[in-house]
Structure formats: C-alpha cells, structure tokens
Design a protein around this ligand. Structure first.
Ligand code: GLY
Ligand code: MN
Length: 366
C-alpha cells in the first residue's frame, strides 16, 4: 500500500463537491460512482482498461476484472474488488451491502446499459445523476501533472523534428504519419494521444483529415496535427508547412492564423472567460475577412484525455485559472485551396500563460 497519495487527496474532494453538482430539487447522494476510465485513473491511479470506483464517506473501492488483479494492487491505493462478471453487478452488490441510500453516477459517462443494470440490481439505493464533477476537478493541474504534460509536449516536438528530417516530396500522408508515430514510440511515448493527422494540398481544408495514400507534392500545403501520450498525459500540436512555393493567398492565410494565435497567447490570463478569448481570435480573423473559414473552437483543455474541459468556444463561461493546460489552435479552411492551423499547448500561469510547445511557428517552406 502506498503512503497517503495524491489519489486519496483527490478523492477527498469528491463528496464535499457533490452539493454543487446536484440538482437544486434533489438531496445530495451519500456516495459517488465513477465509471469513466480517465476519472478512475485520476482518483485511484489505476490504468487498466476496465474499472470503476465507488467513493463513500468511509472508503473508496476500485472495481476491475481478474486480468487486473496484480496490476490494480500495484497501482491503486484503495480497496479493490475483482469482478468475475459485469462490474455493475459487483458494484450493486457492494452498494447494497453497505446500505447506501443513494449513489451519484456520472450522467455524461455511464452507459445506458450499465445504468439499467445498476438500477435493476440496487435494492433501496437511489441513483442520482451528476455531470462533470471529476472533469471539473481535473481542469486545474498539479505541478506534477504540468511537469508530465511539459515532458509530453517536448517529446511530441522532438518526434516532429525527427520525422521531418526524413520528409521528402512524393512521400504519402500515411508514410509521414507512420514516421511520426514511430518516432513518438521510440522516444518513450505510451502512444499517440489521437490518430495523427497529416493532410496535404486541398485535403488540409479538412480539419480532422485521416492520412491517405495521397503523395505530398510540391507547391502544396502540409498540415500536421499530432499528440503524444506520456505517463498518461496528452500533448497536442499542429503545424502547417508549405512544400515548394507559397502563393500570396496561402501566405495571407498563414499570417492571419498566426496573428490570431499570437493574439490569444498575449491575452490569455486567469479570470478571463474562455468565450472572451475565443471572440478575440475571431475578431482578428474578421480583420482579414477570414473568420467565416474558422469553424471550430479556439482550443480545449488537455490532460489525461486529449479533449478535456474547458472548451475554448463561443459559449464557454468558464474562466481561466492558473494551472489549466489548454491548446490554442485557430485555423482557416477553404475548400479547394486548403487549410492552415497553428496549435500550441500552453499552461495558464498567475499572470498570463506559458507556451509549452517549443516548435517554431513562422511559415516554413520545405
Ligand atoms: N488535435 C486534435 C484536436 O484537437 O482535435
Ligand atoms: Mn487540439
């Protein structure tokens, strides 16, 4: 058993927070069940692919299956129950035995099937939906988490640098994406944080393109969006290159996106709402007449998941706080021409933000 861990401190925050996440007409639940793996990892340290954690006022119990008997004992600092069948069944039997009156469950995470099964098996235990409680706790990172994200970001940038030394026109998008993924693994990544995007020419206008057998030709745009996972934590970066010559239109698109990205980095500070920052980015792009070509949000939190709260979008009322790690990734995409996106991972500081991504972002013509 580990010493009183960071996980125990995180769990200690869950039940006191339940009030804020409970509908005003409802009474607070007396226990909390997390079934989302990133939340389970955050609360217990367990990294397996099947798990749930029940937090009661007196204890925390991790549920997993026999494949993880050894691993869960090594990783988790709480009680463990190994379920031979569905976890929901085991959770229900424990909740019944503990005579819990009500259990809060994650409305945004629990599958309909698991909810039905739990509701059927629980006797005298009410299920109460809450949304985003652990996700809210996870928004502000500890210094250890920030150090891990910084390492993940650095690894990601080194992988890009190494992969680009092997780039030559004619290489396919798939070849380059495979090279990037290979470099990440050799550098010690757990894996990629999402499917690497390599999109060239007109295909770069697809914000979430899948790499294809399309050869990356001269006088084409080349958009690369990549992220590593290191010790569970994600990084995220997009760079857009021009292969061969960059025409006036492309240069102007690049200038606009870079201008909007640098503006966001200069403005970002604690206390500002995400919506305000998003608006500032759109205002810069509007100055270039390109705001209509920016159809996604300005960025997103990242950590144990590649997309976490907060979402830096038009309607996000969340205010930045020191310790949040987010991406800043404006882009413009024109069908038939191509797309430009520039994305860094940053950490919010007491006075502003620190850009973690070391890769330069002036227009590079390959
Ligand atoms: N870089 C992938 C994404 O943010 O969706
Ligand atoms: Mn991103």
């Amino acid at each position: 058993m580990k010493e009183k861990t960071v996980f125990a401190s995180r769990r200690a925050r869950v039940l006191p927070l339940l009030n804020e996440f409970t509908d005003a007409n409802e009474t607070r639940a007396d226990a909390f069940l997390s079934t989302a793996l990133p939340n389970v990892r955050y609360l217990t340290g367990f990294t397996g692919s099947n798990g749930a954690v029940l937090i009661t006022p007196l204890r925390a119990i991790l549920f997993t299956d026999p494949r993880y008997t050894t691993q869960s004992a090594q990783e988790a600092d709480c009680d463990i129950r190994i379920a031979k069948g569905p976890l929901a069944k085991k959770v229900a039997s424990v909740a019944n035995r503990l005579r819990l009156k009500s259990v809060a469950v994650e409305l945004n995470r629990l599958s309909f099937q698991d909810h039905q099964q739990l509701a059927k098996l629980l006797t005298g235990v009410q299920l109460k939906p809450v949304t985003g409680l652990v996700e809210t706790l996870r928004m502000v990172k500890s210094s250890d988490e920030i150090a891990t994200i910084r390492a993940s970001v650095n690894l990601n940038s080194v992988a890009l640098e190494q992969a680009m030394t092997r780039f030559k026109p004619g290489m396919t998008e798939i070849d380059l994406a495979a090279e990037i993924d290979y470099r990440m693994r050799l550098l010690g990544a757990d894996g990629t944080a999402f499917d690497t995007i390599v999109a060239s020419g007109r295909r770069s206008a697809l914000p979430h393109a899948h790499p294809t057998a399309h050869p990356i030709e001269v006088d084409e745009l080349l958009l690369i969006d990549m992220g590593a996972t290191l010790a569970g934590y994600a990084s995220d970066m997009t760079r857009t290159y021009v292969v061969g010559k960059a025409g006036t239109k492309i240069r102007r698109m690049y200038k606009a996106v870079l201008d909007s990205q640098l503006t966001a980095l200069a403005l970002l500070k604690p206390g500002m709402t995400c919506a305000k920052l998003d608006r500032a980015v759109r205002d810069v792009l509007r100055g270039y007449g390109l705001d209509k070509l920016f159809m996604h949000s300005t960025g997103h939190g990242l950590g144990l998941e590649i997309h976490e709260r907060p979402r830096i979008g038009r309607k996000e009322a969340v205010k930045f706080e020191a310790g949040m790690t987010v991406t800043i990734e404006p882009g413009v995409y024109e069908e038939g021409t191509g797309g430009v996106r520039i994305e860094d991972t940053v950490v919010v500081t007491e006075r502003g933000c620190e850009v973690l991504t070391p890769t330069k972002k002036d227009l590079v013509v390959l």
